[in-house]
Design a protein around this ligand. Sequence first.
Ligand code: FEO
Length: 168
Amino acid sequence: MVSEELLEKLNDQMNFEFFSSHAYLALAAYCASESWEGFSNWFVRQAEEEQAHGMKIFNFINDLGKRATISGMESPKNDTHSVLEAFESAYAHEQEVTRRIYALSDIALNEREHATYQFLKWFIDEQVEEESTVDSIVQRLRRIGNDGNALFILDAELGKRGAAPAAQ
Ligand code: FEO
């Protein structure tokens, strides 16, 4: 049986995933405004993924026989000034998501709410991949520095990112 506290935290995480989607769209907008179409594509795909993450929790709350509460949200960061800064803020954001998923999982474990913990396990695994992917791009961008040709190559590579399969 999910406690009120756990339900509230699940709901908070659902809304944070939707906020994440907005945060990535803002980064996509910056990249598009600088004609970095590949980087912009990567962030648009990431925004789509975050929307799917939010819906995954929305559906889980429904499955629990509870009602999700959709909240308003603050504006994401809209004053990015470089591609490196965009990916650095993405990495910091994913670290925050991981902290939140861990805190949520701690509550589920403390309550011995195994079904919810099992559900959250998917997010725990996903965060390992998310952090690793973004960190790798940050490291590559730092190495690239002001090398325009290398930046064009990475932009083209990230432009190939396609839509992820819908989260189950
Ligand atoms: Fe849904 Fe990127 O965390």
